[in-house]
Design a protein around this ligand. Structure first.
Ligand SMILES: [Zn+2]
Length: 123
């Protein structure tokens, strides 16, 4: 029995719940994401899984409105802001700005069977 991995013995061991639920409870206790175990900024999930859960629920419940004061939106905004400031400091390589495509009207082959204005060839 020595080669068996030691069981985790904590306050959740004796609970009559599934292993998954125990994992979630332990993650929650340690302030980690209950799905992937990454450190959770706030709440019970990491940002990635907060967003995933939000979108999953939206789809399931057929909701249309977005509550932008919600934690996941606020955290997303913070992350976006961080990326933006990092880009401004030149830490992240910025993508070249999109230029409008050059006009290529000249030199285009005429379409065969193109419409002509009516009544030109008559009379
Ligand atoms: Zn996660």
């Amino acid at each position: 029995m020595d080669d068996m991995r030691k069981r985790i013995v904590d306050e959740f061991t004796k609970l009559r719940v599934s292993r998954q639920r125990k994992y979630q409870l332990r993650m929650k206790r340690d302030r980690c994401c209950t799905e992937c175990g990454e450190p959770a900024v706030q709440g019970s999930r990491c940002l990635k899984h907060l967003v995933k859960a939000r979108e999953r629920q939206r789809k399931k419940r057929g909701l249309k409105r977005r509550y932008h004061g919600t934690l996941s939106y606020r955290l997303e905004a913070v992350v976006r802001q961080k990326k933006k400031t990092a880009a401004q400091r030149g830490e992240i390589a910025q993508k070249p700005a999109l230029r409008p495509a050059p006009a290529r009207r000249a030199g285009l082959p005429r379409r065969a069977g193109g419409r002509r204005p009516p009544g030109r060839n008559k009379g």
